[in-house]
Design a protein around this ligand. Structure first.
Ligand code: UD1
Length: 360
């Protein structure tokens, strides 16, 4: 029997993490081609992740890079369309909610190629976020909707999407489980930086709503300035560019780092006092690692993490961020796994893909 031909499309940092555990299985079970759109291109944002996650070089790198929203998406679509016409796959797999996701889904659906969406059904219900537009549109043109949580299945149902929907669990949970032990053995970040258990907060800020609005960024950084211990802040290039231009003085205890690799990040997470972030992925990883998270947004797609105050939405309210961080809260042990699946999401995805094509 002919093997199914699959094209996977990645482009931004969180997608390399999601692809990690799945890619190996796709290569084993199907004929698979990996396309990197080039949305993220810095060594620290791309190569380092490929190395940490043991992902082979992409078969095709479109090298699109940074552009305004519309142009970036359009250039990706053009490159992906050309590649798909040449490869003629049975299905295209897209991940998450970035411009690379939407470009891949649109290019494929218009060529009548099946679309599988890993991380389908998430909603923030905030249309100001480019990611929310990307998610909704991608789901509405997908044939196979691979949901990370039961809430995601419900969200799709609310939008009348029920065909092709399955709960597979969260692929980032599988990546976490697979790599946390390896990270503990390989990463030397704590020793190199002389960091002790619980002696620092771990922070990331890169969402457009926070970086592109000077008042929001100012309020977040003012809160960092008021904290009672070191703030380890690996800075996303988007944020770095804005910080260069902004006149914000940071106190000595706020440490601006270059972005770190996945394994170093897992170790930093596991030993942090608390986590402050506007990243969706990091909110979950904090939960998996049993660390309290203070989210620098007003809403979250990952509502499961809010249970028992393990994740608290602080928006950009400096007072609330500081108050939440200073609260005496010890790490709570590893989060309950069931909400994010059984840690075998990649196997469920492979089975779902096979079943879908058997039924065609
Ligand atoms: C993108 C995703 C976001 C995801 C994030 C993870 C969209 C709309 N957003 O946001 O959902 O959470 O990736 O990091 O797709 N830059 C570099 N080097 C790089 C990458 C980016 O310097 O390797 C700079 C660019 O100059 C650009 C800015 O960062 O101006 C933003 O990059 P972009 O890819 O547009 O979006 P992200 O903010 O990274």
């Amino acid at each position: 029997m002919r093997k199914l031909k699959i094209v996977s499309i990645v482009g931004a940092r969180p997608q390399f993490i999601k692809y990690g555990p799945l890619g190996r299985k796709l290569k084993r079970e199907f004929e698979e081609v990996l396309i990197h759109t080039g949305q993220h291109y810095d060594r620290n944002m791309s190569d380092l992740l490929f190395k940490d996650l043991n992902i082979p070089e992409p078969d095709i790198n479109l090298g699109i890079g940074s552009h305004p929203q519309g142009k970036q998406t359009a250039l990706m679509m053009e490159g992906i369309e050309k590649a798909l016409l040449r490869i003629q796959p049975d299905v295209v797999i897209v991940f998450g909610d970035t411009n690379s996701t939407l470009a891949g889904a649109l290019a494929a659906v218009k060529l009548h190629i099946g679309v599988a969406h890993v991380e389908a059904g998430l909603r923030s219900f905030n249309k100001q976020m480019p990611e929310e537009i990307n998610r909704v549109l991608t789901d509405h043109c997908s044939d196979i909707l691979l949901c990370p949580t039961e809430n995601a299945v419900v969200n799709l149902k609310t939008e009348n999407i029920t065909r092709g929907v399955s709960f597979c669990g969260d692929i980032m949970y599988e990546a976490f489980l697979e790599n946390v032990r390896i990270a503990g053995q390989k990463s030397e970040i704590l020793q190199k930086e002389a960091l002790q258990e619980g002696s620092y907060y771990l922070a990331t800020v890169h969402r457009a709503e926070n970086t592109d609005n000077p008042d929001n960024l100012w309020r977040i950084l003012s809160a960092f300035n008021e904290l009672d211990r070191t703030v380890i802040f690996p800075v996303h290039p988007r944020t770095r560019q804005i910080l260069k231009k902004a006149d914000i003085r940071l106190k000595e205890h706020v440490k601006l780092w270059e972005p770190v690799g996945y394994l170093d990040m897992l170790v930093l997470l596991e030993h942090a006092r608390k986590v402050l972030t506007d990243s969706g992925g990091l909110q979950k990883e904090a939960y998996f690692a049993g660390r309290y998270c203070k989210t620098l947004r007003n809403e979250t797609e990952w509502i499961e993490t809010l249970k028992n105050g393990r994740n608290v939405l602080c928006g950009t309210d400096s007072g609330k961020i500081v108050q939440e961080c200073l609260k005496s809260e010890e790490a709570f042990g590893k989060g309950e796994s069931g909400l994010f699946g059984d840690g075998h999401t990649s196997e469920h995805i492979v089975q779902t893909l096979k079943q879908f094509f058997n039924e065609q």
